[in-house]
Design a protein around this ligand. Structure first.
Ligand code: ADE
Length: 226
């Protein structure tokens, strides 16, 4: 999968993808992340990318021309499955959407800044508008990093234990069950005995039950939805 990210501050996203699982995904050739500095496409000698909003009001708006230029250039090179705009007024990101996007070949992610982008960018180019939650970040870069991480780890071959992503919280509308590692007894705090029983079926049943109970306690809204 190739993901092109368009940003006014691409350096913000250099670090999140150069560690751990995201780095491994790139090293294995499963994920290619290409950062584009919007300022390279800015207008005039000052490489302008934003301007005052028509009708007045505080805050700058990202102009259509620089964004259109880079998107058109990318689209001339390959077909993109989705052109995503990160924005707090987008659809709230959920695991189902991550699963869907992880099956795609080419994505563009546009990061907003200031007051956001000229509405015509959204009307003409954007196929999905995504928010990572009901709060406002100072730009879309950290949100884009969250999105890319959530997609990248789902690509086949990225996780060592390929099946493990299937058991994540939210994959089946349930939170994940509790997990334990050594020591089995930490200063008198023992792990549930069933986990030492060696009975695979009983352990699976226990995990299912724990996942349900935990969801009921912490996120009952997830049970209402299904
Ligand atoms: N840009 C600013 N805030 C955001 C959010 N919550 N989600 C996605 N993009 C954003």
């Amino acid at each position: 999968m190739r993901i092109d990210i368009i940003s006014a501050v691409p350096s913000l996203m250099e670090s999140p993808f150069s560690h751990s699982i995201m780095q491994r995904a790139q090293d294995k050739g499963l994920l290619e992340i290409v950062l584009h500095d919007l300022r390279d496409y800015g207008l005039g000698k000052h490489k302008q990318i934003d301007d005052y909003q028509f009708g007045g009001g505080a805050g700058m708006v990202m102009m259509i021309e620089p964004i259109a230029t880079i998107i058109e250039q990318l689209k001339a090179e390959r077909n993109y499955d989705e052109i995503i705009y990160m924005t707090p007024d987008g659809k709230r990101l959920e695991q189902k959407q991550c699963n869907y996007l992880s099956l795609k070949q080419n994505l563009i992610i546009l990061c907003g800044h200031y007051k956001g982008v000229d509405q015509r960018v959204r009307d003409l180019y954007i196929t999905q508008e995504i928010s990572i939650g009901d709060f406002v970040l100072s730009g879309g870069e950290l949100a884009a990093a969250v999105l890319v991480d959530s997609i990248g780890r789902l690509l086949p071959g990225v996780l060592n234990d390929e099946s493990s992503a299937l058991f994540d919280s939210f994959q089946d509308d349930l939170l994940a069950p509790p997990v334990y590692t050594r020591p089995a007894d930490y200063q008198g705090h023992k792990i549930p005995a069933i986990l030492l029983s060696g009975h695979k079926k009983k352990i699976d049943d226990w995990r299912d039950e724990q996942a349900y109970l935990r969801t009921q306690k912490l996120r009952p809204d997830l049970l209402d939805e299904s």
